[in-house]
Design a protein around this ligand. Structure first.
Ligand code: ZN
Length: 171
């Protein structure tokens, strides 16, 4: 489940040893978003499952099985960059996802391929398909231009331009 990525930025053992409140959130995102290395925005639910007991209730969550995220949706909306391949799933560990003063110490975001979960939105970059279409608009543009260049009026205009350029160079 992509655990290899977890320790890249921060000392993983330290994170594992941390006894702060730890939540987990499982979401699905389309595989194409991941292949585009898109950023996503997640509006985290106001309550997230406790990652230590998986909702069963433990000391860390005061037997509730969950941890509270900030009440305001804007304060629990996170932005993150997707890993490039979600075919086997991936887990991102976010440290202090809601800031230093929020009670949640870590949030494990478990990603898998699928239709985007509620509260999950793509925020960029634009899809590769769309970029390709923009760069080559149907191929019709070049053919149309070629047809116009063949007309006498256009050839005359080009000749006039060439003459002007020649004059400038000759001074
Ligand atoms: Zn718990």
């Amino acid at each position: 489940m992509g655990r290899a990525e977890l320790g890249q930025l921060i000392d993983r053992e330290e994170l594992d040893a941390s006894d702060g409140a730890r939540g987990r959130l499982a979401i699905a995102v389309p595989g194409a978003w991941a292949r585009d290395r898109a950023d996503i925005e997640i509006t985290v639910p106001a309550r997230v499952t406790c990652a230590r007991c998986d909702g069963g209730g433990c000391d860390s969550c005061a037997r509730s099985g969950a941890h509270r995220a900030p009440a305001e949706a804007a304060a629990r909306t996170l932005r993150l960059r997707l890993p490039p391949d979600l075919t086997a799933g991936a887990t991102l560990r976010l440290v202090r996802p809601f800031g230093e003063h929020a009670p949640l110490d870590q949030l494990l975001v478990e990603l898998r391929e699928g239709s985007a979960s509620p509260g999950v939105h793509r925020v960029g970059p634009p899809p590769q398909d769309a970029l390709a279409r923009a760069a080559a608009p149907g191929g019709g543009g070049l053919r149309a231009l070629g047809a116009q260049i063949g007309t006498p009026a256009v050839l005359a205009a080009l000749a006039a331009i060439a003459a002007v350029v020649g004059l400038l160079l000759g001074r």
